[in-house]
Each structure stands twice: as C-alpha cells, then as structure tokens.
Design a protein around this ligand. Structure first.
Ligand SMILES: [Zn+2]
Length: 335
C-alpha cells in the first residue's frame, strides 16, 4: 500500500516527509507495459519516472496549494519528455516519451541532457483557474553552480527549492519496478507560516532576506541533512518507513503526523476524458482532422497517462467542428 508520512523535529526548525509508492507506482508501470504501441519503459526511464513521481508527491504535500503540481523534464536525448503530476488528494499520474535506444546504465544526462539543452519545469496549475490565467511555472537547468551536468534528479530539485523558496532542502529519491520512494528534509522558514519564532510584522522582503541569510548555516538542519543523505538507495527501496526513520533519526525527537495511506493516501488516477480529447482535435483544425479521417477512417487518440483509447469517426468529428449553437443535445462528444 502506498503511503506518505510527515514529521517535525521537535523544537528544531526542520521538517520532513517520506513517501513510499507501491501499488500506485506499479499501476503506472503496468498501464505502460500493456500499451502495445510503446511497450514497457526501459529500466533507466522507469527509474527516472519513479523518482519524479515520488518527488512530485513530496513537493505537492510540502506546499499549501489547491491544484496540480506538474514536474516535467524536457530532454534533448532519447527521453523527449517525462511528466509526473500530483494533486492535493494525492492522486498521481506519470508518463514519458522515449525515442530510440538507450543503454541499460543510462544516467540522467544520457537520457535528457546530451547536448546541454535539457531542462526541468515545475508547474503549479490552480484547480479553480480564472479564465485566461496562466499557471505558475518555474524552470531550472540541469546544471550545478559550477556549470557541471547534474547526475541526479534530486540535485536538480534541491537546486529548484533553494532558488524558489530560499530554503535548504535535502532529497533522497529512488525507484525500481516495484517501489518509488523519496525522503525530503527541509529547513523551516525563518518567519511566517510554519515558523517556530512567531510572525511579528516582518515584511516579505525581510523574511526572504532572513531565509537567504540562513542558507547552509543552520546547524540542526545540517546535522539532520547529513543523516538523511546517508540513506542508501537499497534501504529506501526495501525497508519500511518505520525502520528507515528509526535507523536515520534514532537520536532525534520526531513529532509524527497521521500517515496518509489507503484511499486517502497516494494513488493512481487519470483525469483524461472524451471532451478534452475533442478539444485537442479542435486544436488541430478541421483540415488536419479531415486528412486523418480520409487516411484512416477515424481519429484515434490514446491517453499517454492511462492508456485509454478515444475514437472519433467522421460523424463525431463533424460534431466537434460544428459551431457551438447547433450542437445536438446529448451528442457523443460530451461525456
Ligand atoms: Zn488518461
């Protein structure tokens, strides 16, 4: 069963979170494997996508935001794009587009940053968006401060958190064909929400400055970060959460929150639907749609996330392009 546990370090400005995706992750892999057009993910891609899914779950749970957190990597290598999406109810989905072969031991730069053009984007897409509003998006390169190619997704995301929130963050991520898991440790903001020192009239600017001044300097955070970083891939994948927390933090006092598991825990869900696909076909334009119809008889679109197939024949397609006023009520494009 997939589960997420949150905790605080008693009296210290540090919080933590650990996620272990089993059924939710296996469902994502199984749906891909049963897609006859693509077949299963190559092992390194599955590992990357699993790490992304665990990371998206942690990042979603770490912010108070009513909408989807979408973690994307746009690659310039065999992996063209990889996407993991997490919603506030911990529903998850993920997919990747892979073109060509890649070695079994391919690392992050071999997959997505071959000619230095890969990048990672974090999008916050609000649930109740005003018309015309664009979601917030932060983009981070796949390079470190010294211009070196980053070898691990966790390095990329730690960088992002430091830039966007001025908060030190330690991430340990791992995935295989059964489990996708992650541990996040973060220094709490100096002032403001979740803070241990009160909120007495400090301006945002002062607070950002205070947070920035603390980067790398908090001894409690640094000690806990070192402990967290000692967690090995195999341990994260094979040990249960209680064992991991005990082994890493047995000398610290943890305040635990109620774990999120079962129906309220992380789970696979896809939000695709026939009307969305119809919108996409509308976006192609009537000419291109007619071309496809002439060539193949119908337009068939599969959802990359869940594998569901949507078929539109000539009559359905005509309906899509009819002006809204003369749509037949109960027509097949509305699900
Ligand atoms: Zn779907």
């Amino acid at each position: 069963m997939s589960e997420l546990h949150k905790f605080l370090f008693d009296g210290l400005p540090v919080r933590g979170m650990i996620v272990r995706l089993t059924d939710a992750w296996q469902e994502i892999l199984a749906r891909r494997a049963s897609n006859t057009a693509t077949g299963p993910y190559p092992t390194p891609v599955a590992e990357l996508l699993g790490e992304m899914t665990a990371a998206a779950t942690l990042m979603q749970s770490n912010i108070k935001f009513n909408g989807a957190l979408i973690l994307q990597i746009f690659g310039d290598g065999p992996v063209k794009v990889a996407v993991a999406e997490a919603k506030p109810d911990l529903s998850l989905r993920a997919t990747a587009k892979v073109i060509g072969d890649l070695p079994a031991d391919a690392r992050l730069p071999d997959m997505v940053n071959v000619s230095n053009k890969g990048r990672c984007a974090i999008t916050l897409d609000p649930k109740d968006k005003l018309p015309g509003a664009t979601p917030y998006q932060g983009v981070v390169p796949l390079f470190g401060d010294e211009g070196e190619k980053l070898g691990k997704l966790s390095d990329v995301l730690e960088h992002y958190m430091l830039q966007s929130e001025q908060l030190d963050t330690t991430l340990v991520l791992a995935a295989d064909d059964k489990v996708a898991a992650g541990l996040l440790i973060q220094r709490l903001p100096v002032k403001g929400e979740g803070n241990l020192e009160g909120t007495s009239g400090t301006s945002d600017k002062d607070r950002d400055q205070a947070n920035e001044d603390q980067i790398g300097l908090n001894e409690d955070y640094n000690r806990i970060s070192i402990l967290a970083s000692s967690l090995k891939r195999d341990e994260l994948l094979t040990l249960d959460i209680e064992t991991i927390l005990r082994r890493l933090f047995w000398e610290e006092k943890l305040l635990r929150f109620e774990p999120q598991a079962g129906p309220l825990g992380p789970h696979f869900a896809c939000t695709c639907g026939r009307e969305r696909v119809a919108q996409m076909i509308r976006g192609l334009g009537v000419e291109e749609a007619e071309e496809i119809l002439a060539e193949r008889g119908d337009i068939e679109v599969g959802c990359d996330f869940c594998g569901k197939q949507y078929r539109f024949d000539a009559i359905d397609a005509a309906q899509i392009f009819r002006p809204p006023t003369d749509q037949i009520p109960g027509s097949p494009i509305v699900q």
